[in-house]
Design a protein around this ligand. Structure first.
Ligand SMILES: *Cc1c(COP(=O)(O)O)cnc(C)c1O
Length: 370
């Protein structure tokens, strides 16, 4: 039997979707180049490992894997509510924060709607708009990748439905101050949902930083997104959550699959959010790594953007792509900036002291031989 060529047309909205480019996994580079030592500073993962309490909590769940997970993630929501002083009803737990962005898009975006994204930023916001056929309105960040509140407000139209604010922003590491967020929230009309992505909030050290949760507590129409993939070190098991006024959470729950967060993930996250020791250790290690890399970039005469996060955007210049590939050949995986329209930049995740050192030495030897 001969089949005809596939005549089944996907939705037209899918035409604009570019596949996500993840950081290269360690095993892949090891196999490709037959390297012993590979370090990955490409996906902003926690280099100090997962929360030990989270890992321990998983093992006690293993014998119950025949059961479906709790569809309502009650224990985890209680832990989050307690830890962040919000109500259980103001929380939705998802299969990574990526899923939450998709669910927000499905719950709120009509075809004629617009989303505003200070850019460059996290590509999942655009993805969510694209699957719904909505329009993306990028607002370029200013000099030094700073936010400009007035330009963001000026971009709001009758069609604006969502306004994404990633702070600290991925991939730039820059942030919105509390004063700026206050100004923005005052100016944004009530029919626009502000999505504040605080994936890296635990790493921020600036005095005037806010993680946005105080605004949810005050009843503002803002959704704060958080993840267990970064400081808690649980990227592999996929848990994220959103905090917002109850009515917003209820709309998003309508499009959520019942068993979206598996039982191991729920157990690990419930323990990890209480693991203050691991969070503190990770934060301190990150702050030390920041200084180590700043110093190295200064010594190498490379411009970089000061970060409030666990990664640094650094300018390699016109040869950035070549240097990025030379580093790969030495077993150092970074993220090349071209996907963000920044062909002269790379984003380096802050690693352990030893990883940072290996990266610095590799980079130095490449630049010396140029
Ligand atoms: C990593 C990241 C997330 C969360 O990712 P998940 O692993 O899906 O929880 C959300 N926003 C930004 C900006 C990120 O960098």
């Amino acid at each position: 039997m001969v089949y005809l060529v596939n005549q089944i047309k996907p939705r037209t909205a899918l035409k604009n979707i570019e596949p996500y480019t993840p950081g290269k996994p360690i095993w892949e580079l090891q196999q490709e180049l037959n390297l012993d030592k590979v370090i990955k500073l490409a996906s902003n993962e926690n280099p100090f490992g997962p929360s030990p309490k989270g890992v321990e909590a998983i093992s006690s769940e293993l014998a119950e894997l025949n059961r479906y997970p709790d569809a309502d993630t009650v224990a985890l929501k209680e832990a989050i509510a307690k830890s962040l002083s919000v109500k259980k009803e103001q929380i939705i737990v998802t299969n990574g924060a990526d899923e939450l962005i998709t669910l927000i898009s499905e719950a709120f975006l009509e075809k004629e709607d617009e989303i505003i994204v200070p850019s460059p930023s996290f590509s999942e916001y655009d993805f969510g708009a694209q699957i719904m056929g909505a329009t993306i309105v990028p607002v370029p960040l200013e000099e030094g990748f700073q936010f400009n509140v007035q330009k963001i407000v000026d971009a709001i139209t009758e069609q604006t439905k969502l306004l994404y604010l990633c702070s600290p922003n991925n991939p730039t590491g820059t942030y919105l101050s509390k004063t700026e967020l206050d100004q923005l929230l005052q100016a944004v009309p009530n029919n626009v949902l502000v999505v504040f992505d605080g994936a890296y909030s635990h790493y921020a050290t600036a005095d005037d930083y806010t993680n946005g949760i105080e605004y949810v507590r005050a009843g503002k129409p803002i959704l704060v997104l958080q993840t267990f993939s970064k400081i808690y070190g649980l990227a592999g098991i996929r848990v994220g959550f959103g905090i917002a006024p109850q009515s917003i959470i209820q709309s998003i729950l309508k499009v959520k699959e019942p068993f979206n967060v598996n039982s191991l993930a729920q157990a690990a996250a419930t323990a990890a959010i209480m693991d203050a020791e691991h969070v503190e250790k990770s934060r301190e290690g990150n702050s030390a790594g920041r200084e180590q890399l700043y110093q190295a970039f200064q010594n190498l005469n490379l411009d970089y953007i000061k970060t409030e996060s666990n990664f640094i955007l650094v300018k390699f210049g016109p040869n950035a792509e070549k240097i990025y590939h030379d580093l790969l050949a030495k077993g150092v995986i970074l993220r090349y900036g071209k996907t963000w329209g920044l062909p002269e930049y790379v984003r380096v995740s802050i690693g352990t002291e030893e990883e940072n050192l290996y990266f610095i030495e590799s980079l130095t030897s490449i630049l010396v031989n140029e």
